[in-house]
Design a protein around this ligand. Sequence first.
Ligand code: PLP
Ligand code: LYS
Length: 433
Amino acid sequence: MKLLGNMNIKDNELYIGEISCKYLAEKYDTPLFIIDEDDFRKKANKYLNNFSSKNIETRVIYASKAMLNIYMAKVIKEENLFIDVVSGGELYTVLKANFPKDKIYFHGNNKLKKELKLAIENNIGTIVIDNKDEIRRLKELLEDTEKKQKVLLRVNPGIDAHTHEYIKTTKLDSKFGESIFDENIYSIVKEIVDCENLIFEGFHCHIGSQIFEKESFFKEAETMMEFTKKINEKLNIKVKELNLGGGFGVYYTEEDKPFKLEKFLKEFISKIEKLDKKFDLNLKRVDIEPGRSLISNSGSTLYRIGGIKETYGGKDYIFVDGGMTDNPRPALYQAKYEAIIANKANNKNTNNYTIAGKCCESGDILIENCPLPKAEENDLLLISSTGAYTYSMSSNYNRIEKPAMVFINKDKVKLAVRRQTYEDIIREDVDVE
Ligand SMILES: Cc1ncc(COP(=O)(O)O)c(C=O)c1O
Ligand SMILES: N[C@@H](CCCC[NH3+])C(=O)O
């Protein structure tokens, strides 16, 4: 397994910063989500330092769907990032973390009335409108107030980026946003511009997730900026803001070849500056919205091995105390991961194991054919790069409790999420005596 962030090995034991996995397992139990906070903060700075321009204000908006809890929101706040939320629950979490309200973007293709209300009541910065129905819903809600709400419109620029089918977002038949190729787009934008309670700031788009071709993002910027010029001319307005979404690919295994982030961000902003001149846009603000590329590599999951099973069919299993409940990505997207036995960190890989979870489901496999040293009961297995879309997509399938999460900052450990208990499992059941 490739060591990421502040991972290091001492006396055959894997450490994250100055904290050993053995200590973490003993103190917090397993499975355990571990966030390398120092590594995450450095990445946030990389984004801020490299996606910056003298002429255009730039914003880095953390896509909180990747991983969110109150402590995480506080870290995002301290790092001076903006934040995007996509549901009432995410919004409520960041509000509870006292996140600056003007730095919140609210997304979603079907925001409920109660969610929009929560956003309006709390004067959040920007609502990203997805569709015509939402314009009407927002207008109705705002009519009874004196408030004016800043909005972006999510559009679909039809970029077919190469990634898993389930995480593409701008195919022409995608459920997200309004198409820039549809003639109705002009009347939709005009309706927003003409509404007294809405302040039209500009457009949002997001072409998908785990994308490795820089060209897809450059094409996205060009298409969006050309479209913006058309809108400016046709409606005689000046669009101020463009949010180009996230989607930057990351390393999970050797198959993944992500681009160098610093270099890409510099190229991206310089491309945007040039296009801004070319199309005579004079944009005030450009945003990007990374989720996975900020948090994925800073997270890992620590499991305890419960047993090893050599099957008659020839497959050797390692059973761990978590699985698809804490990481549904392999089952959902055939996602691949790397692993290490944390208490045998320098031992040679001599075996090939299939790492299986404890759910009553044959597809509950975390890694197929994982090269590892000989494993034994009670060994600690760490899977790397699990910071994004694992905890946030976790479930209580089979009524399994969700793991705890700790943040490690060099020699400090902060418990950010406590482990669920059986009492938590029955908390919403009504007929409890
Ligand atoms: C609107 C929007 N913004 C940002 C993101 C973040 O994407 P990623 O985690 O791939 O950077 C997503 C998820 O794909 C999204 O739907
Ligand atoms: N959940 C997906 C990414 C979705 C991105 C959000 N629109 C994944 O784990 O890869």
